[in-house]
Design a protein around this ligand. Structure first.
Ligand code: B12
Length: 215
């Protein structure tokens, strides 16, 4: 792996948020693509930190420092992902489920969607069920994409689908779910239309689902 990307990854793991922006810049200037810097420098570090937290090798303060370092790094990387000049592929509402403040994956998804020609409305984190639907109605969205990083907040994804069913609006929108504890089986169980393990896959899936719907 490129040395500067490795240094970035180590800094994120250590929670060295002061140096991560410079290290991210260094990696980009060394010619590593923004997507590669994100994946190898930030996402891979997040997996390691998450595992350490789960094994109780680190505790919440360290997790928070790493979270801050990830955010500081992606703030430098995301603006370098260039937008495509394509016509609008579709409109997407993105947000993190109620009770959940994890935003890094959702932010990456948002930027990749924009870079691929989607118009995106980002509701942020800890988003109530009704807000997803109100915003989808307001912007006439094609897709509602809900991120959830904790087993305790997965229910928020199901709630959006249930609410749409109850109000007779289920067929108006494509629902995509993702984030750490989600998988294809969960997506099928709650009746979501799409799931993806990574943001680039999510963009491909979004395009496929929209094309399928439009025939
Ligand atoms: C960073 C982090 C934090 C930071 C978040 C900072 C921020 N601003 O976002 C802070 C320190 C705030 C934090 C807090 C907490 N965290 Co935390 N956190 C993490 C950590 C280490 C990384 C998450 C991350 O950003 N990953 C990087 C991104 C790029 O990956 P991602 O989110 O999965 O997204 C990718 C894909 O999933 C996909 N994707 C994401 N969203 C979507 C949506 C759609 C529609 C699609 C298709 C795809 C998609 O694309 C993304 C890019 O490829 C994880 C461990 C882990 N490995 O996930 C724990 C983790 C998620 N946290 C955990 C916990 C328990 C907590 C706390 C409860 C801790 C506490 N005791 O207070 C709090 C929760 C507070 C709350 N109410 O939400 C647990 C959850 C356990 C569980 N299964 O329920 C984890 C798994 C750690 C662990 N192993 O125990 N956390």
């Amino acid at each position: 792996m490129n040395d500067s990307v490795n240094k970035l990854k180590e800094a994120v793991i250590k929670g060295d948020y002061k140096n991560t922006p410079d290290l991210a810049r260094e990696a980009l200037e060394a010619g590593v693509s923004p997507i590669e810097v994100l994946k190898k420098g930030i996402t891979d570090a997040a997996t390691i930190v998450g595992d350490q937290f789960e094994r109780m090798e680190i505790y919440l303060p360290e997790l928070m420092m790493s979270g801050k370092a990830m955010m500081a790094g992606i703030d430098v990387i995301l603006p370098r992902i260039s937008s495509s000049d394509d016509v609008i592929k579709g409109r997407v509402v993105v947000g993190t489920a109620l009770g959940d403040v994890h935003e890094i994956g959702k932010n990456i998804l948002k930027v990749l969607l924009i870079a691929s020609g989607f118009e995106v409305s980002d509701l942020g984190v800890n988003v109530p069920t009704s807000k997803f639907i109100q915003e989808a109605e307001r912007i006439n969205a094609d897709i509602i994409a809900i991120s959830a990083l904790m087993t305790s907040t997965l229910g928020g994804q199901k709630d959006v689908i249930d609410y749409l069913r109850e109000t007779g609006k289920r067929d108006k929108y494509i629902i995509m779910v993702g984030g750490g504890p989600t998988n294809k089986q969960w997506a099928d169980t709650i009746g979501a239309d799409g799931f993806a393990e990574s943001a680039p896959d999510a963009v491909r899936e979004a395009i496929r689902l929209i094309e399928e719907r439009r025939g």
